[in-house]
Design a binder for this molecule. Structure first.
Ligand code: NAD
Ligand code: HJL
Length: 239
């Protein structure tokens, strides 16, 4: 008798190596209850993040992060950018925004700063006119009906030659990627502050798992960095 329901982990899917890197307060928040960005990382952790970006083929964020932080998602270090160029790559990794309704502002820093390919992933219900305008600035991938189909998106990114994706949040995209079973590792820098607030974004928002669906992790390392701690986890498959 075949098992009624194959675990998601049982499906072998061709996909890039995907890791989440986020900074969170000691109480697990990514930003304030007003979704205002908080400087959680110290100088050394931002250096670590810049190195991760320089090594990644692509960086992915959700539209919520773009609308609240207007990140450039660029590699800051000139040396790292030069090393990427010397290796025949663009100065910056491919920058991807998961944006169901094509709300990425046309004057966003992600378009204004740095060279390199931008990809906007929209759902098939995104307004055509908004998609057309984004197509003048980015590669637009259409997938999913209301929300972006993340599994199909990462499959397409793999077909485009992207082998490693650094997901930099935010709270809802982290949920989307984790609940779809697409994340291989998680790096969380836990900073020395309390943000609090019932509505403040946490490391993983979204619908949440039931007791039967809890996602198991294997601790890879714990490292003190300035006044915080960097935790590295491997996501257990087949949950
Ligand atoms: N501290 C950190 O490391 C860090 C990193 C990034 C963002 N942030 C903070 O997180 C907040 C933003 O998080 P958020 O949750 O509001 O937005 P988000 O950046 O996680 O974007 C989520 C949005 O992406 C879109 N989306 C489309 N398809 C999706 C899918 N299948 N699954 C999930 N999302 C999908 C939806 O519009 C959804 O609302 C901001 O306050 C930002 O400052 C902090
Ligand atoms: N690693 C990290 N530590 C933090 O303390 C913090 N607040 C973020 N937040 C991530 C989010 O994406 C930021 O908005 C961009 O990191 C902005 O920086 P860039 O313009 O992209 O260089 N990330």
């Amino acid at each position: 008798m075949l098992p009624i329901k194959l675990f998601s982990g049982a499906r072998k899917m061709e996909k890039p190596f995907i890791f989440i890197n986020s900074a969170m307060s000691a109480d697990g928040k990514l930003s304030t209850k007003e979704r205002k960005q908080v400087r959680i990382s110290g100088k050394l952790d931002f250096e670590r993040v810049d190195e991760l970006r320089a090594q990644a083929d692509a960086i992915m964020v959700g539209i919520g992060t773009v609308l609240s932080d207007d990140p450039s998602l660029t590699v800051k270090s000139q040396e790292r950018r030069a090393a990427r160029k010397a290796a025949g790559k663009d100065e910056n990794p491919v920058r991807i925004v998961v944006d169901s309704s094509a709300r990425t502002p046309l004057d966003a820093d992600i378009f204004k700063k740095g060279e390199g390919t931008r990809i906007i992933a929209v759902s098939n219900s995104a307004p055509a006119e908004k998609v057309r305008k984004l197509e003048e600035k980015a590669v637009v991938i259409r997938t999913g009906t209301e929300k972006v189909d993340l599994e199909e998106l990462v499959r397409k990114l793999k077909e485009m030659g992207i082998k490693t994706i650094m997901v930099e949040g935010g709270a809802t995209l982290n949920w989307g990627m984790l609940s779809a079973g697409l994340v291989d590792e998680i790096y969380t820098f836990v900073g020395n502050l309390i943000i609090g607030g019932k509505t403040a974004p946490t490391f993983t928002d979204g619908e949440g798992f039931t007791e039967a669906e809890l996602l198991g992790l294997e601790l890879l390392s714990a490292e003190k960095i300035e006044d915080g701690i960097l935790l590295k986890w491997k996501v257990k498959k087949g949950n």
